[in-house]
Ligand binder design. Structure first.
Ligand SMILES: [Ca+2]
Length: 185
């Protein structure tokens, strides 16, 4: 009975286990969850690494539903920018898992927060981050104050944008940061 449950070849499990923080059992469990998001197209007993879930399907996961950065998380983990196939799904859960080190989460957070993809966190990015976190409770003046405050304090090199090192410094002092990029599977 055990063999019929295996779904992936042993080599495949080994490869996934090497690239993630998961063991074979976790990987199988995640595959079941992946297939459940689109049961009409994905058979939970047959390995399918090409079918892509839509971002809307992904965001129905309780782990993402309430996350203010769920759109960006999907975009960053999507290999093709449009959908999430199983390996993207596995990567995402691995980075968000409690086993992933803070530094890895921080590196992904940098990509997630870099809305315009210029490899820096600029004022426009910070504005968008605060908007996502605070919603309409912050008005334009307050937003301006927050962005200026972050820049004044953290833009050490005075480039009007935060490099990765400067960004790491900001989030290392933000106690809620880890909660945004942490799920339990
Ligand atoms: Ca940017």
């Amino acid at each position: 009975m055990g063999q019929s449950q295996s779904v992936f070849e042993q080599d495949q499990y080994n490869q996934y286990a090497q690239c993630t923080y998961f063991n074979q059992k976790d990987i199988l469990r995640l595959y079941k969850r992946f297939s459940k998001l689109d049961p009409g197209r994905i058979n939970p007993r047959i390995a399918d690494v090409s079918t892509r879930l839509t971002f809307a399907q992904m965001q129905s996961l309780p782990e993402l539903r309430e996350n203010p950065f769920k759109d960006r998380i999907c975009q960053v983990f999507s290999t093709d920018g449009h959908g999430i196939h199983f390996e993207d799904f596995l990567d995402m859960f691995s980075v968000l898992s409690s086993h992933a080190p803070w530094e890895l989460k921080a590196a992904y957070a940098f990509r997630i927060f870099d809305y315009n993809g210029d490899a820096a966190i600029c004022k426009a990015d910070i504005k968008q981050i605060v908007r996502n976190l605070a919603g309409d409770s912050v008005n334009e003046d307050e937003l301006y104050e927050i962005v200026s405050g972050v820049m004044q304090e953290s833009d050490i090199a005075k480039t009007h944008r935060l490099t990765y090192t400067e960004f790491e410094h900001v989030i290392s002092r933000a106690p809620d940061f880890a909660d945004l990029f942490h799920v339990t599977i």
